[in-house]
Design a protein around this ligand. Structure first.
Ligand SMILES: CC(C)(COP(=O)(O)OP(=O)(O)OC[C@H]1O[C@@H](n2cnc3c(N)ncnc32)[C@H](O)[C@@H]1OP(=O)(O)O)[C@@H](O)C(=O)NCCC(=O)NCCS
Length: 163
């Protein structure tokens, strides 16, 4: 067997598509949760100006948290709150700035929808930042009502029924 050429392996790694390396998984350990909260602190607090009090709210305790990791870094966050009556709420979807534009938000939404499906959820809702209405509409979410302020940012309610 030909010995491995470390230089060649390095080149192959460099040529890899970054999208292939991202992994989305439910936060299962305290370390995972810290990664989720770290991404949220960077994106929602540092970048978007959301206060710490608003960002880390009481709903975190009972929620399912998903972390996205790429290049050995925590790069994406998402939260699923399973509620009564078959409803669940998606939220806290964020991708750190330098990893954007690679489809990681699509990956995160897919992971959250899969978690919802696994839990028997049939009705979904989210508070979308207004600029992302088309993005969520692409997943079958429909706008309900007008714009409202949440954490100092314009949002709309969007829902999707039927799984
Ligand atoms: C919104 C955000 C999660 C997108 O992350 P991303 O990894 O760059 O997104 P993707 O590459 O997976 O692209 C997903 C879609 O998002 C939409 N999108 C991303 N940035 C956008 C922008 N600035 N304006 C409008 N739509 C945008 C596009 O529809 C895109 O889909 P397409 O590439 O198929 O057209 C990221 O910019 C972010 O964390 N923003 C700050 C936090 C935030 O606003 N979170 C959403 C709360 S509702």
């Amino acid at each position: 067997m030909t010995p491995r050429d470390p230089d060649l392996e390095d080149k192959r790694d460099d040529d890899d598509d970054d999208d292939d390396r991202v992994v989305f998984r439910v936060a299962a350990t305290p370390a995972d949760l810290l990664k989720v909260m770290g991404v949220r602190g960077i994106v929602f607090h540092d970048e978007q100006g959301v206060s710490w009090e608003d960002e880390f709210d009481a709903d975190d305790a009972g929620a399912v948290h998903v972390v996205g990791e790429a290049d050995g870094q925590p790069v994406a966050s998402g939260r699923l709150q399973v509620m009564e009556g078959g409803w669940a709420k998606l939220g806290r979807i964020a991708v750190r700035e330098q990893w954007r534009g690679r489809g990681y938000a699509h990956g995160m939404v897919g992971a959250l929808l899969q978690e919802a499906h696994t839990r028997g959820v049939t009705k979904l809702k989210l508070h979308a930042q207004v600029y992302l209405e088309d993005f969520y509409a692409g997943y079958g979410f429909a706008r309900r009502g007008g714009v409202f302020d949440e954490c100092g940012i314009d949002h709309i309610l969007m829902t999707r029924e039927g799984g």
